[in-house]
Design a protein. Sequence first.
Lengths: 256, 328
Amino acid sequence: MTQLDAANIFVRRGGHVLLDGVSLQARSGEFVAVIGPNGAGKSTLLSVLAGLLKPDSGSVTLDGNSIAGTSRRKLAQRRAYLPQNPRCEWPIAVERLVALGLTPILPAFGGLPAGFAVRISAALEACDLKQHRSQPVTTLSGGELARAMLARALVGDPDVLIVDEPMAGLDPRHALDTALRLRNLASEGKLVIASVHDLTLAGRYANRIFALRDGSVQGDGPTASTLTPELIRRAFEVQACVSGSGGSLFVDYVGP
Amino acid sequence: MKDWLIIIGLLLLLAAMLAVSLLAGRVWLPAADVWRGLWAPRGDLAAIIVTQLRLPRAVLALEVGAALGLSGAVLQGVTRNPLAEPGLLGVSSGAALGAVLVIYFGLATHFAAAAPMAGLAGALLASMLTFALGSGGGTITLVLAGAAVSALAAAGISLALNLAPNPYAAYEIMTWLMGSLVNRSWMDVALVTPFILFGGALLLASARALNALALGEAQAQSLGIDLRKLYALAVFGTALSVGAATAATGAIGFIGLVAPHLVRPLVGHQPSRVLFPAALAGALLLLLADVATRVIPVGSELKLGVLTSLIGTPFFFWLVVRLRKMAP
């Protein structure tokens, strides 16, 4: 059982308050969709939760241990993070890209231990990338690259997966595919925290909604009871209509 | 292709090139004389030419070429920019300015290690300034910072030339700047070797972090990479190795740019696997260029730095054209 707690997080940058006392308690099995308008502080919150950005005040703990006091390597062994639009700068093979996910558990010297090849193959298979194994990353399509990055994040078998806008820029099929994968990972017992712009996707696949606006929490709770027209109006300043539930939930924007 | 095959292939080429560099020159020596001179230095002319002139020159070429190739590969990995090289980031100009000041003030004649030390200090200052100015703003900012630092160092060198006490000092600085391995002795080799070895070790230690950095700074950090340590390894490793190398031979451009590109496709573009082959390729290129300066029949001997620039610049053009094609 994994427990990630953020308590009273403040982040200020150049006179602006990016996060204004945000608290979040999340545990394994949850797929938390962080929603909110542009500039609400979603990416900042994810960076803080991932331990990449030190908050001005407040603390983040993983299973009770402060992540600020955990070594980078130890932390990297337990949580994986993918930024918005992740890219690879060199045309390395897909399997090499996925192998980079094992960086935190590599022995100090030498190449890839034999047992790791199995994990790479498994991650490639889980993300439907077997036929792209030796293809240069730079020649992948957007959807394939997103899957390759997900495989990179999953190959180390992290307990916590933090993903910034995994569905952004993907066509409907790949967006659905990614959302489903994230939900399955949560069902398998991982903690998944992802910022999501598409509220319909968030409502259908995430089991928890965490809404931000101007750096403060507007709503937090199980999807069915939290993703309501009132919350959407509060967070996004739009009139919305939420119909259906579960896998057929639908969010439509009616007007400003 | 297997990495060790590439390394063995490069080592074989390097050995062949080393042999050629011992044979070639104003006086072509028969192979038998070279062989005899190497193993039984009896003090005849051939033995002196081989052991006191050509061998130290070849060894220096190997070391300097390897330092340039390796630092080019690391800097390209750190900046994730295929155009990065010690010259582009101002490291070479900084080292040149340091060494020029020592020549200008005549310190080199009093104290032999003054030139490498000054080259080192110049390279260190320049690389720190470049990284302080340009890091955190993406690779374009870093390259621009390098250009600014290069311009500053070039201005300093021009000032030294401008204020040179006599034309002879100015001439000495000018010829030194063109880069050459002529008349380098075992003394020069001994002076730069520790710096190049230590700098090279620092650069090689960045290998694994460079792989992760291919994913960008955020992902590299999330994988447990300490970016500040990586930048420190790259900056100090480059300053030590290229600073000492430049102080010994003058400014030699483009080896650091070209060498990594020659080996990169062979090792599947992975930054860590480029490093060692790039060092070997750099050594090979510089040795080849040095032999070329000796055998190309022109009036006075062609300067090494001039030749590498003449060959390297078209490569730079080609690289820019290729990048433009790849750009969306």
